[in-house]
Design a protein around this ligand. Structure first.
Ligand code: UDP
Ligand code: MG
Length: 354
């Protein structure tokens, strides 16, 4: 079967999905699907208006029924006003969270609101090129339940950030059968089956890339370019990336816990061997109380290892603490649905919306 992709948009990872499953999935795709576009927005007053117009034009031009869902993640600027200005014209839903919860939670709120047969997840700042959406949806039609973007290159990022990212994924996937792919973006298309699965994942620590991977279903990664942010500045800094990495590791990997069992075991074995050596040395050659440096090194080294492993335990216990509190993931302050929403009771008949 011919792929309907432009030549520069190519599968980034080897496609291993069995053909017969894809064919079966493709046969189940509705002819006239409803597309939900989920757009998390935090202080995006300069982007959100043009983003919504662009999406409406693009999807309308393709004859696709669509709903645009903006999740306002506690913006402090005029983001909400910009969206409300468009609510009378576009098939729009605005979900306002009660405060800033972070992008991962905002996406969960969007997934809860989505009514579509498939959802498109994309950033509000034009870094995920909207014109690629048709190619993503074309792959969804061919039977892939998730079509995700893989960064073409990370050349725009600092060497330190790239090195840390690689180390993070190496640790995260160490010894795992179901590896979380590296360099993926939050730009993706998800089928209804994945949306329903994600809604059933109860954890509070939401590392979405891990969750997408965990739920399974058929998938395809496409290599895409990343554009520069159009207006405003990124709200992610080193601290927030570090927290996300810690969430990802502790939510999806037991390696950090196991590592210290191995290190502790190795150190204990080494110290037993060393003790035996000292006994033998004393018996056969006598001992004039040397070994002070060895003692200091051993004590400080072990002290360090212990503190580190306690820190790692603390990290996991912190996660357990968050989970057992059973708090809701977020609070919605207000939901505004436009009269053009495809599920609105007074929605004008098809063709009458424009
Ligand atoms: N975002 C959000 N909540 C936040 C931070 C960001 O909803 O607390 C949104 C933001 O509006 C944008 C997307 O998440 O649509 C990506 O954010 P950003 O561009 O700041 O991150 P980067 O592209 O640098 O990873
Ligand atoms: Mg961005």
């Amino acid at each position: 079967m011919k792929t309907d992709l432009p030549s520069w948009l190519s599968p980034a990872v080897k496609d291993t999905e069995p053909r017969f499953i894809l064919q079966a999935r493709a046969a189940e795709r509705p002819a006239d699907p409803l597309v939900s576009v989920l757009i998390p927005a935090f202080n995006e007053q300069g982007n959100v208006g043009s983003m919504l117009e662009t999406l409406h034009q693009l999807l309308g031009g393709l004859g696709l029924r669509h709903e645009l869902i903006v999740i306002d993640d506690g913006s402090r600027d005029a983001t909400v006003e910009r969206v409300l200005e468009l609510v009378d014209r576009l098939p729009l839903t605005l979900v306002q969270l009660s405060r800033n919860f972070g992008k991962e939670v905002a996406l969960s709120a969007g997934i809860a609101e989505a009514r579509g047969d498939l959802a498109v997840l994309l950033d509000c700042d034009f870094q995920h090129p909207p014109e690629l959406i048709p190619s993503f949806i074309a792959q969804w039609r061919r039977g892939y339940d998730m079509v995700y973007a893989v960064r073409e290159s990370r050349a725009d990022e600092s060497l330190a950030k790239r090195a840390l990212t690689s180390a993070f994924y190496a640790l995260l996937n160490f010894g795992e059968r179901n590896k979380i792919p590296e360099n993926t973006q939050d730009f993706r298309v998800l089928d209804r089956c994945m949306l329903d699965a994600l809604k059933q994942m109860p954890e509070r620590n939401r590392f979405m890339k891990g969750l997408y991977n965990w739920v399974g279903f058929t998938r395809l990664g496409l290599s895409v370019r990343t554009d520069a942010r159009r207006d405003g500045s990124s709200s992610f800094n080193f601290g927030s990336l570090f927290r996300l990495a810690a969430t990802g590791l502790t939510a999806f990997s037991n390696v950090p816990l196991r590592l210290w069992t191995v290190v502790g075991g190795a150190i204990s074995l080494a110290s037993i061997a060393y003790a035996l050596y000292i006994v033998i040395e004393t018996l056969f050659f006598g001992n004039d109380a040397r070994g002070w440096p060895t003692l200091v090194v051993a004590v400080t080294f072990l002290g360090g290892v212990q503190l580190l492993s306690i820190g790692i335990l603390g990290e996991y216990i912190g996660r357990i603490f968050t989970e057992v509190k059973q708090r809701p993931h977020y609070f919605v302050a207000r939901v505004t649905r436009s009269p053009h929403h495809p599920h609105h009771p007074h929605h004008p008949p098809a063709g009458g919306a424009e």
